[in-house]
Design a protein around this ligand. Structure first.
Ligand SMILES: [Zn+2]
Length: 217
């Protein structure tokens, strides 16, 4: 048995090797936990608010292991309704957060990396996610990623009933999988017990967005 387990242990070691000291703990590739989750890191290409890649080519969507497990649970729920998750962003190094902050300077949407704990993305406990259909194609949602208009508000109903239904399904899937949403960005989710993953002092003083459900589902 011991010999049989050895390759498994080696695999775990490799998966956890992407540990980033800045995130305060181990990170895993979300697709190593659930390969059916679609990943399209928008900051890895040009289709984002700065218009150029902020991540090196081939960057994986990383998160705390518990976050990845939660996403797998949300994915299983969504599969029952012929939908699935697509990840737009996950772990975001502080250096990238700084670039985003300087490009936008909009503290309503982008956390200033120099204040408090910065973005919870930089701790590996927040993800940006949308829905795809059973063929992994995009479905109607209220807005695109990083669309800082009223359409980004999670109560936005939109011009078509499908839009409200899709957002609601995403929110229910993520809530039941242990995440909190964000009133001003329908795509942003934080693991409910996020404080557990921050150093004690930082967790106590943290003034961060997306740390509770801010509206009724
Ligand atoms: Zn986010």
């Amino acid at each position: 048995m011991r010999r049989l387990n050895a390759p498994l242990l080696a695999l775990v070691a490799v998966t956890l090797s992407s540990l980033d000291a800045n995130a305060g703990g181990p990170l895993v590739d979300i697709r190593s936990v659930d390969p059916t989750i679609i990943v399209e890191l928008r900051y890895a290409g040009r289709n984002n608010l700065v218009g150029y890649p902020l991540y090196p080519q081939g960057t994986s969507a990383l998160a705390r292991p518990e976050v990845a497990s939660g996403l797998a649970a949300a994915q299983a729920f969504l599969r029952r309704y012929q939908f699935g998750l697509k990840i737009w962003d996950a772990y975001r190094p502080v250096t990238v957060q700084e670039k985003l902050w300087h490009a936008s300077h909009n503290s309503d949407y982008v956390a200033n990396p120099e204040i408090g704990v910065g973005s919870l993305h930089s701790w590996g406990v927040a993800v940006d996610a949308t829905l795809v259909d059973t063929w992994n194609r995009p479905v109607r949602m209220p807005s695109d990623f990083d669309d800082f208009t009223p359409a980004a508000m999670w109560r936005y109903a939109g011009p078509h009933p499908d839009i409200r239904a899709h957002v609601h399904l995403l929110q229910v899937a993520m809530r039941d999988a242990g995440f909190w949403g964000l009133r001003t960005e329908w795509w942003h989710f934080t693991i409910a017990d996020w404080q557990k993953y921050l150093p004690n002092q930082a967790a106590r003083t943290a003034q961060v967005y997306g740390t509770q459900w801010q509206g009724k589902l």
